[in-house]
Unconditional design. Sequence first.
Length: 144
Amino acid sequence: MNKDETDRKNRQPAPEQPRPDPGLTDLIRRDRALARPMAGTINVDETGLTAEESDTWDIEQGANVLSADNEKLGEVVDIVNGYLVVEQGFFDPQDIYVPISAIVRHDDEGIYLSYTRDEFEDIDWSQFPGDGPADDPAADESDA
């Protein structure tokens, strides 16, 4: 036998790489989802919508806030006094305050508002909400 044949005979087979257990992968995904902090809970009654399955929605931090024309407007960071605190911007993020009454639906993609992107950008959402009821700034502009 020549040296190459001897090396091939003496070579150990490569160890099999372990394959991830699909059940373990699902468990890891669920753990990550559970580890995501909650921004708060919204009572569906506050939105003006009728409850179909649940009277409340648990909203996670980082949930997308989307316009009526399906454009991303920002991400939820908190829920305060009947408002969604939404972080907008990447390089210079700013918090804006969107009344819960502006929500038209909620699903796995995020929270949908009743405003298109253009309508949303025409409204000043920068005012921190007071201790009073959550008023819709768009309603204030239409009264003027």
